[in-house]
Design a protein around this ligand. Structure first.
Ligand code: MRU
Length: 329
């Protein structure tokens, strides 16, 4: 199944409510732009590529109810404010804006539904191609006589996209080709996206082990990791990669241990308008996600930036690049 879909022309939008996973696979119906904004903010839908497509469907829902300029501009502002870091969301809203502006009012909803469906299909196709580009890169690190051991952080699987995933796509591909694999899955405090990754891998029959976020360094030093691969929420001109908080520390450990650190991302995650990772807005989420003890002061930055120099290769649907090559593209 896909993570987001409609069942009839101009119909309600259906999502998998990721806040219920991995205990229960529950669908939720989204009927208005307000409900879509809530779904994105509360992380019922999450992951950079998926929130981009969800935002595009949010615009379609807004146009279904009220297609005026004022209504659509308000819908865009509402959706844009939901989550600041993943550029896919802003990108999808810009695409939507271009799509409705030159349309007569009575055609705007149909146009925006079509655009959202096109963005969803394009994401599936990009992730499918990332699987093909990434599989041989990972396979090159397999040691004779044992499973290929891969470490990943957060959830960059099919739940974070429309289908397939980014970082997990090459892993699914290698598994389909019969390669013996094992994945170390970072728990990913505080939202525990690692449970989503472990659920996806288990569903697919891929052996995996859930670890606390700080265990990766030890495992790398012990020679139990062959390669790391993560997704991205925004990758900028100088090749710096923004991803779920904790990614940077994994990249540092990988470099210290001489291990490759790959980042898989669709082109919709690339932001060439920003020069350096230092200028990426980092989402600060509620402290209650970390602790509800009344006497504790909490900071909860949701993402961090891994400098380009720690990234071995960026894997995209257009091929794989060294991070330094991005600026020349
Ligand atoms: O806060 P989230 O769960 O939306 O963060 C998701 C991530 O950081 C993923 O690693 C990233 O979006 C890449 S997903 C294909």
């Amino acid at each position: 199944m896909r993570t987001i879909w409609v069942e009839r022309p101009l119909g309600d939008v259906f999502i998998i409510d990721q806040t219920q996973l991995p205990r229960e696979l529950v669908q939720a119906k989204i009927a208005t732009v307000d409900e879509m904004a809530h779904a994105i903010r509360s992380m019922q839908v999450r992951g950079a590529p998926l929130i981009g497509v969800a935002a595009a469907y949010g615009m379609a829902l807004a146009a279904r109810t009220a297609p005026s300029d004022a209504s659509l501009l308000a819908a865009e502002a509402l959706l844009r404010a939901t989550r600041p870091t993943a550029v896919n969301l802003a990108w999808a809203l810009s695409e939507s804006s271009r799509a409705w502006r030159d349309q007569p009012m009575e055609q705007r909803a149909a146009r925006l539904y079509q655009l959202a469906a096109d963005l969803a299909d394009a994401d599936v196709s990009a992730c499918r191609t990332i699987a093909e580009h990434g599989a041989p890169l990972l396979l090159a690190h397999k040691r004779e006589g044992r499973a290929l051991n891969i470490l990943t952080h957060c959830n960059a699987g099919w739940l974070a996209t429309v289908d397939w995933g980014t970082a997990l796509a090459p892993i699914f591909e290698l598994h389909a080709r019969g390669v013996q694999l094992h994945v170390w899955v970072d728990e990913t405090r505080p939202r525990n996206q690692g449970l989503l990754t472990a659920w996806e891998l288990t569903q697919a029959g891929i052996p995996c082990t859930l670890i606390v976020d700080n265990a990766g360094g030890l495992l790398m030093r012990r020679g139990l990791v062959d390669a790391c691969i993560v997704g991205s929420d925004r990758t900028v001109r100088n090749g710096d990669v923004c991803n779920k908080v904790g990614t940077y520390l994994k990249a540092l450990a990988a470099r210290d241990c001489g291990l490759p650190f790959y980042v898989a991302l669709p082109w919709s995650t690339v932001d060439l308008s920003i020069e350096s990772g230092d200028d990426i807005p980092i989402e600060e989420r509620a402290g209650s996600e970390v602790s509800e003890l009344p006497f504790v002061t909490v900071a909860n930055p949701a993402f961090d930036v891994t400098p380009a120099r720690l990234v071995t290769r960026l894997i995209t649907e257009r091929g794989s690049f060294s991070p330094e090559e991005l600026s020349s593209l």
